[in-house]
Design a protein around this ligand. Sequence first.
Ligand SMILES: Cc1ncc(C[n+]2csc(CCOP(=O)(O)OP(=O)(O)O)c2C)c(N)n1
Ligand SMILES: [Mg+2]
Length: 739
Amino acid sequence: MAPTRVEPKLNDTDLKGKSKAYQGLSPQQLIDAYRIMYTSRRIDDREILLKRQQKVYFQISGAGHEAVGVAAAYALRSGYDWFFPYYRDRALCLALGATPYEMLLGSVGAADDPSSGGRQMPSHWAYRHLNIVTQSSATGTQILHAVGCAEAGGYLAAHPTAAGKSDGDYRQFKDVTFQGDEITYVSLGDGTTSEGEFWEALNAASNRRLPVVFCVQDNEYAISVPVEVQTAGGNISRLVSAFPNFHFEEMDGTDPVVAYAALTRAVAHCRAGHGPAFVHAHVIRPYSHSLSDDERLYRPDTERQRDAARDPISRLQMFLLREGILDEKAINKIEKEVDEQVQAAADRALGAPIPQPESIHKYVYSPDLDPTSVAFDTHPVFALGESSGDGKRAASPPKTMADLINATLRDEMRRDERIVIFGEDVADASREEYVKQRLVKGKGGVFKLTSGLQMEFGSDRVFNSPLAEAAIVGRATGMAVRGLKPVVEIQFFDYIWPAMMQLRDELPLVRWRSNNAFSAPAVVRVAIGGYLTGGAIYHSQCGESIFTHTPGWRVVFPSNALDAAGLLRTAIRCDDPVMFLEHKRLYRETYGRAPYPGPDFMVPFGKAKIVQPGTNLTVITYGAVVPRALQAAQKLEREHHISVELIDLRTLNPFDWETIAASVRKTNRALVAYEDSLSWGYGAEIAARIADQLFHHLDAPVKRIAATDTFVAYQPILENAILPQVPDMFRAMKELAEF
Ligand SMILES: Cc1ncc(C[n+]2csc(CCOP(=O)(O)OP(=O)(O)O)c2C)c(N)n1
Ligand SMILES: [Mg+2]
């Protein structure tokens, strides 16, 4: 069934003459709108030409979407509100203050391209001074960032002192601004409303009454797929209409006056703090999806001609003529000026310096703060425990990893008001009165790692999220871009996958892809691992190498309570995104307990620990394998006098190559032990590096011991057979020593 066509609803066109205002727009603003819209179209045309001449390498146009873009810019405040546009928003960005030259620098991939320094395709906008935040090519991810951005604005308004700078950690390096009544604008296409992240974003914005304007630019196609295939019933407005707290608009987005009126109402609703707005703009797409697409393959001429009759450029031109605001001569003059301006900008951009190949490594991580540096290497200060009665106070008792992570979070939250914690079940109780009235004790995480934090710091700093992992990470990204320090929890590593797009394509990439214009140094805590007896497939997974394989992440995997405390503090204070992997089996293990090391204890990243020194072979490991490997090594020493040097990596990216290399040069034998399944795992990289760089020092092949290439099964006998056990490690070490 064909979708219902929405006819243009031009109104208020009876207002004639230059003194009239059109839905609040003055004739001069309409003239300016025409200039911007025409500029936008001409940049697209110029880019298409340059692409055909192979002087630029990609083209996707904003054609047909110009009117709604300019209207949004007029309804919002440049440099005051926040913007998460998508690739069709050229006119929006121009109207907010980006220049044709800046855009064309992006087209040629110039070093001075303010959006990405030649790292991203054209039309992936980022203009720091205009609050236009870096975006990816992945459809829909930006919608969750917008939600997080709006949440950060609200949080900062409620906690203005959090915005202050502070030396000695990530806060030193980011200017945090907020307005109190700022709005976040996010746009997307009709096809993108099919993404789960769209719905997760609407749900969160609705529930939290966030000032977000969601602008769906409906050109009825997502590449070749028409809207009635994307959207049940063919109209997204109908589907979202039940979300509470929203203001809804549906209009002809090819008419700037109509679009401006709708967006002004939407903005007023948000600005007044009533909640989000959903603006559904019907637009056209006259230039195919991109230059790689030919829409004549799937759209007949009749349909394309029908769209052409609604072209926003010719429509506004007709309107200006009809209203007597401009005559033909004046229009020609504007067009000529714009043509010359765009031509000059293109010529200039074509001569602009391109980035140096050596620059590719810049901004994978913060250039300002190095978490491997001595600044993050501090000594523990153990508190004294209770007095024993004779006036003497013993050292405070050893605590579990779970206890120390909780205590570290607590101390960091006291120190840094920018920290917010959210995730599934992390609050003590969302219905906080139950705890306050002492009716219940409170939950504080399925493993109780965040226990008591909501009660101490309040429900705006520690709160439950919906069961939506992409939203947890996507919202954290938006908050971190604004300067907050979200420390979010993924309940089980096994369920990290709904967030994968955010974890792979977004959070770790914000800094690099924007050439350091933006950053998102959030912490993602994840409960990981097996050896649980009954954990089975979906509560035992590892998979750390998937994230060490993603540039931009710091990946941490402590094996004991003290390291967990010190590394978590470094994770929170550093200026990079950190994935903090907490082994569930180690949370309450007797092994590796320690007294609380004080509120400033930090362990630097990239520094391994030699758990025990040895001479005959080197075992490189981390996480829950550390205590198991230690047992095996001790038995080997006792029974066979084989001396094992056991290295706990502690952080997987960066990892401590120097310690590994020094050890292998001494022992000439290396075994990499890890809990994940063997093939393609983290140990493969370590083994390859040793083989590559220490070949002349080796007396035996580099060996690996790891789980079988299966998932972890439920029945304990099977689990034992799957995960590497002490006897397996004992055997592997002995064989290697005797090779
Ligand atoms: C997650 C994801 N899947 C697929 C693509 C490839 N892709 C790029 S744009 C697009 C269509 C988007 O359509 P719509 O949201 O309607 O926006 P429009 O281009 O029509 O403005 C697709 C499938 C992508 N970029 N990201
Ligand atoms: Mg579309």
